[in-house]
Design a protein around this ligand. Structure first.
Ligand code: IYR
Length: 229
């Protein structure tokens, strides 16, 4: 019997009514078109301050929330920040960690790997972008009676939901940066999130700045990423 009310407990099945099948040719075309569209997505680090409608963010979060998860526990929380004062505090805290990373913690090999991306400890986008979405994974789900229900495959579940979110935001015409200040425990305190939650990613969301430049990097070919057995 599941302890989470969101699941029904005893197996209850309903007919699958949402699936759509396509003729082979249309399927191929859809796959090609999706690839062409998602391949346009670039991680950016220069954001415009142009406002973004909260409605758009809400719809994209709903899309993220449809992701599969361990035992359907949906062990995630999205803290959406648009308040300039909170963004500023996040920038200050993140830059403290980032300075530590770039000036002391990061081994040379890691810094060499980052060189083509041109990143450094300066994170103005944390204030410039209209939205920061801090994505938390929940080790357990806290019930109203104070008991905790264990969650499963939390990193996997949160990562899949984050992928859905990035794709949804791209589809809506927004650009993102998957930012990972490390460690980012300060986000719990700044955003008032409980101890059972761990921040995984700070997603920076908005429109690219007019002058936005991106690193000249490529994605691996199919042969490099896949094998067919
Ligand atoms: N968190 C740092 C460093 C960094 C690490 C990786 I791996 C990247 O792909 C990019 C950056 C920063 O945000 O600068």
């Amino acid at each position: 019997m599941s302890k989470l009310a969101i699941n029904q407990g005893t197996p209850q099945f309903i007919p699958l009514t949402t699936y759509r099948s396509y003729p082979a040719e249309e399927m191929e075309q859809r796959a090609r078109e999706f690839y062409a569209d998602i391949a346009r997505r670039k991680t950016i680090r220069e954001f415009a301050s142009t406002a973004v409608s909260r409605k758009v963010i809400e719809q994209c979060l709903l899309a993220a929330g449809t992701a599969p998860s361990g035992a359907n526990h949906q062990p995630w929380h999205f803290a959406v920040v648009s308040d300039p004062a909170i963004k500023k505090r996040i920038r200050v805290e993140a830059e403290i960690e980032e300075r530590e990373f770039y000036e002391r913690r990061a081994p040379q090999e890691w810094k060499d790997a980052l060189a083509p991306l041109g990143t450094d400890s300066n994170k103005p986008f944390l204030e410039e972008a209209p939205y920061l979405i801090a994505i938390f994974g929940q080790k357990s789900t806290l019930m109203e009676d104070g008991t905790a229900v264990k969650n499963y495959y939390v990193p996997e579940s949160v990562s899949i939901a984050t992928g859905f979110l990035i794709a949804a935001l791209h589809h809506a015409g927004l650009a993102t940066l998957t930012h990972t200040p490390s460690p980012m425990g300060f986000l719990n305190e700044l955003l008032g999130r409980p101890d059972n939650e761990k921040p995984y990613i700070l997603l920076v969301v908005g429109h690219p700045a007019g002058h936005c430049m991106v690193p000249n990097i490529r994605k691996k070919s199919l042969e490099e990423i896949a094998s067919f057995l």
